[in-house]
Ligand binder design. Structure first.
Ligand code: KG4
Ligand code: ZN
Length: 339
């Protein structure tokens, strides 16, 4: 089966072709121009997707060395994400499905991230735990099979990636901040400043807004004139902040490993590229003898291969969409089961 995947939920346009689970092409065009605005500008994002998607599709066919008539299924991200951006990929996919007379399936972006682990040679084994950490989401999920996904917890305020981006901004590291904070952390002392981990009443939820405020207060107190901050100070702040994020994520993941019978643990989403978080997962996998799946960096961030893979699984389970499929900006309430 040959599946075309389309992803355009934020600032990456991606087109991928999978054949029988193997990646024939996975092209990603990133909108780097948002950097100068300090964040993604929605309208500019939509326009850039619109400009690139058709040429990228043609290139994906060339790289995969197939004709468009060989496509059996078209899968596109419907949400969550920026609606104007989503509309581009979703509608391109629907138009292709209509003109090629092929089935179409609208895919949830988070489900795509969860399934990115299946793009690796070592695949997750059901039931498994997935921590999905991105710029917009922090979710801890129990995946029993393709159609039974339970949300154990999520962030009650900022997403982990958002906290990385905001802290990076505070110490002048630019956007997107996650990779920069990680780079500075490597040169810093993670025990230099003791930043707090939120204590919540719910067992598996997360909160990063208090941590973000603690970092801001620390900076305001120690560096009333931010120009005086040295590179070494930035490194210590980055390392101490990153360590607090690792501790916060570890607490809930370890609790879930102890409370649910799982075979694998998987770390997915843009923030999964972070090595300190990856090392924490690797430690937990050894401690509790669980199979560990962390996608290669190319598949941690937004990509269409994960959308094609998840779309294929939905199709196998007889779930297809019709051409009225719409976009959605936020995660719909009942998309995952709750505890
Ligand atoms: O999944 P993604 O590409 O897009 C969303 O769906 O949000 O995630 C992007 C997020 C950004 O917040 C970025 O700063 C963060 O992932 N990120 C990282 C790292 N690489 C990307 N955060 C921490 N460490 C990294 N190495
Ligand atoms: Zn994403």
């Amino acid at each position: 089966m040959t599946i075309l995947g389309l992803e355009s939920s934020c600032d990456e346009t991606s087109v991928s072709i999978l054949r029988d689970g193997k990646i024939l092409s996975n092209l990603i065009s990133s909108q780097h121009f948002h950097k100068k605005y300090g964040g993604v500008v929605p309208e500019l994002s939509s326009r850039a997707h619109l400009q690139i998607i058709a040429p990228l599709f043609k290139e994906a066919l060339t790289v995969a060395d197939i004709d468009k008539k060989e496509i059996d299924l078209i899968a596109a991200t419907a949400g969550p994400g920026l609606v104007g951006a989503l509309l581009v990929g979703l509608n391109f996919g629907k138009a292709l499905a209509y003109s090629l007379d092929k089935p179409f399936v609208a895919v949830n972006h988070i489900e795509g991230h969860i399934y990115s682990g299946f793009l690796m040679d070592e695949k997750p084994e059901f039931p498994y735990l997935a921590l999905a950490v991105s710029g917009g989401h922090t979710l801890l999920l129990l995946i029993e099979d393709d159609l039974n996904i339970t949300k154990l917890g999520s962030t009650i305020d900022d997403a982990a990636g958002e906290a990385f981006d905001k802290v990076a901004k505070m110490i002048g590291l630019g956007y997107p901040g996650g990779p920069k904070v990680e780079e500075y952390s490597e040169r810093g002392d993670r025990s230099a400043i003791k930043f707090p981990v939120a204590k919540l009443k719910t067992e598996y939820d997360f909160s990063f807004s208090g941590l973000k405020t603690a970092v801001l207060r620390y900076i305001q107190k120690e560096y009333p004139n931010i120009e005086n901050i040295q590179e070494a100070d930035k490194s210590d702040i980055a390392a101490s902040f990153q360590d607090a994020v690792v501790r916060a994520l570890r607490k809930n993941v370890e609790k879930a490993i102890n409370n649910f019978e799982v075979k694998s643990i998987s770390l997915v989403g843009g923030v999964a590229a972070n090595k300190a978080i990856g090392n924490m997962f690797s430690e937990l996998s050894k401690k509790y003898n669980k199979k560990l799946i962390i996608p290669d960096t190319e598949f941690c961030g937004d990509n269409a291969a994960m959308i094609a893979y998840r779309g294929g699984k939905l199709f196998e389970n007889n779930i297809i969409s019709d051409l009225t499929a719409n976009t959605y900006p936020a995660l719909p309430k009942n998309v995952f089961k709750s505890l």
